[in-house]
Design a protein around this ligand. Structure first.
Ligand code: MN
Length: 345
């Protein structure tokens, strides 16, 4: 680590550490439908505080996805249950640490007990435009991940607590939220932090294996079938994949099995918009997943279809439509988008 790498966070980290040190009843939480960064940050900080003798309650609004259940300490995470002691615990907390989200609406059914609690709220996050009301915040929208910021906090305030059980979840958070170190916010600093995590026991090979080498034969066969539907449109700049209900049913696949299929579209040279259309099982509707490169704003396309998302990743559901009509509608919007703006991709 270069000394300057995390120095910009020293002030924020000190303020957070002071609040954490003072609190007896500490709750750590993250957003609904947690991803690798959410759970990695939660466990990274939770395990570091445990080394320091704290016993924070790790409480989340929805279950940990199976691909993250290899992480150390994951069995200690509790899923919020309004009929249990959780409301009392939130009410009695001195501090609630909000990781990887910045608006309390992302807590889903936990939002109202958290809002109702007198606990100080502490923010550690990298999303744009955090809401107000946090007693202390470590926030940087230029960081790859919340786990990168938690790593900075640990390195600045609890360097002795950087054990393998802390390093592995933090590595997982940075790895997954940076698209395996390839998204634009990845920097030399990111790699220096990751190098430090590896030096302290994060194992890149076993972590990658646990997260990514988990396909079933059925999913790979389904992917093969989906890849055969490839269509190139908009003068080679848009790639479309699709999946009908019949194809999905014949492989016994659910929508979860198609997670990540859309990413294959952007691996084609010259393609800057990727689309994956899937008929929703048991519904007369088509799910549209959109990805893009550079400044091509697929969120605008999603919004026109009644959905939403971000600049480079967005989605929508079109009701009462055939797969063919959905494709025509989506391609019309993408064609208009690509001809409107100056595109850099
Ligand atoms: Mn994140």
């Amino acid at each position: 680590m270069f000394p300057d790498d995390v120095q910009q966070y020293a002030h924020a980290a000190r303020a957070i550490a002071e609040l954490l040190d003072q609190s007896k009843h500490l709750v750590l939480t993250t957003h609904v439908r947690p991803d690798g960064d959410a759970i990695g940050s939660l466990l990274g900080l939770g395990n570091a505080l445990a080394v320091r003798g704290k016993r924070p309650l790790l409480l989340v609004p929805s279950p940990v996805p199976p691909f993250l259940r290899f992480l150390p300490g994951v069995q200690g995470i509790e899923v919020y249950d309004p009929s249990s002691q959780h409301n009392r615990a939130l009410g009695a907390a001195d501090a609630i640490v909000c990781l990887d989200f910045n608006t309390l609406a992302r807590l889903d059914q936990m939002e109202s007990p958290v809002r109702g609690s007198t606990a100080l709220r502490i923010l550690i996050d990298h999303h744009l435009d955090p809401e107000t009301g946090f007693a202390a915040a470590l926030h940087d929208a230029n960081a790859t991940s919340t786990a990168e910021l938690v790593s900075a906090l640990v390195l600045l305030e609890y360097p002795e607590a950087l054990t393998p059980d802390v390093a592995a979840p933090l590595y997982t958070g940075i790895l997954t939220d940076s698209g395996n170190f390839r998204f634009p916010r990845v920097s030399a600093r990111t790699h220096r932090i990751v190098a430090t995590l590896i030096e302290h026991g994060a194992d890149p090979v076993s972590i990658y294996d646990a997260i990514f080498n988990t396909n079933t034969p059925a999913r790979i066969r389904l992917l093969g079938e989906v890849l055969r539907t490839l269509d190139i449109a908009c003068q080679g700049r848009c790639a479309v994949l699709s999946l009908s209900q019949e194809q999905a049913a014949c492989h016994g696949a659910t929508l979860d099995d198609t997670e990540g299929f859309v990413q294959h579209t952007l691996t084609i040279e010259g393609v800057c918009v990727g689309v994956f259309l899937s008929q929703m099982p048991g519904r007369d509707a088509v799910k549209v997943s959109l990805r893009s490169k550079g400044n091509v704003d697929v969120q605008r396309v999603a919004e026109q279809l009644g959905g939403g998302g971000h600049l480079n990743a967005a989605g929508a559901i079109i009701e009462r439509v055939t797969l063919g009509d959905a494709k025509q509608q989506v391609l019309g919007l993408i064609d208009a988008l690509l001809s409107q703006q100056q595109q850099n991709c």
